[in-house]
Design a protein around this ligand. Structure first.
Ligand code: AMP
Length: 187
């Protein structure tokens, strides 16, 4: 076997992102409220192979099409920082209300449980920048829709939205019309 064939054989044995998520993802029933089935990705983030595979898979559909990666507080920050580093781009933080010290855009939205606001520094992202937005879970889509609205108000082009898990029954994708949404796994 030549070296490229042996590399192919080795990579074909690498676990797929789907298999890694099946193995590591934890689901906690009735957390943080009765009726919520909480998808806990912290064991995925804690595993080096899985973290790299997930981040690479999130970047792949949008390769070469973004200048910065935005993460939604807080778990989205982990993915965005890793994706920005891996792609040689910058990272932008979309934060919960009251955390950013300078002038912000603010968007309110409803959640699967409760409501909240997100903020973006007005001057951190020059108009015309192409941004990939990442988060861990797409549920109702309210969070990512609010994040996308923030960038649109800033004159920033949203290249796309990437999530690790999409809770299919909540049809969050329908809250993101006109956006390219890529999820690594439907649950
Ligand atoms: P949504 O705005 O409803 O799409 O909710 C998305 C945000 O809430 C993401 O930042 C997730 O981290 C979090 N979230 C919502 N529902 C869940 C869930 N069932 N399991 C884990 N995280 C969730």
């Amino acid at each position: 076997m030549n070296s490229s064939a042996s590399q192919d054989a080795a990579s074909s044995k690498a676990p797929t992102v789907d298999a890694l998520l099946d193995q590591l993802l934890e689901t906690i029933q009735d957390y943080p409220e009765p009726g919520i089935s909480f998808k806990d990705l912290t064991p995925v983030f804690a595993d080096g192979t899985a973290l790299r595979a997930v981040v690479d898979a999130l970047i792949k559909p949008f390769e070469g099409q973004f200048d910065a990666v935005a993460g939604v507080e807080a778990r989205g920050f982990l993915l965005a920082a890793a994706a920005a580093y891996a792609s040689g781009t910058g990272v932008i933080t979309v934060r919960k209300a009251g955390k950013l010290p300078r002038e912000v855009y603010r968007e309110d939205y409803g959640l699967e449980y409760g409501s909240a606001s997100l903020e973006l520094h007005r001057e951190d992202t020059p108009p015309g920048t192409r941004v990939l937005i990442l988060d861990d879970v797409l549920a109702t889509g309210g969070t990512l829709a609010a994040a996308a609205r923030l960038f649109e108000r800033a004159g920033v082009h949203v290249t796309g939205i990437g999530v690790v898990l999409e809770l299919e029954a909540l049809t969050g994708r329908s809250a993101l019309p006109g956006h390219r949404v890529e999820s690594l796994k439907l649950v």
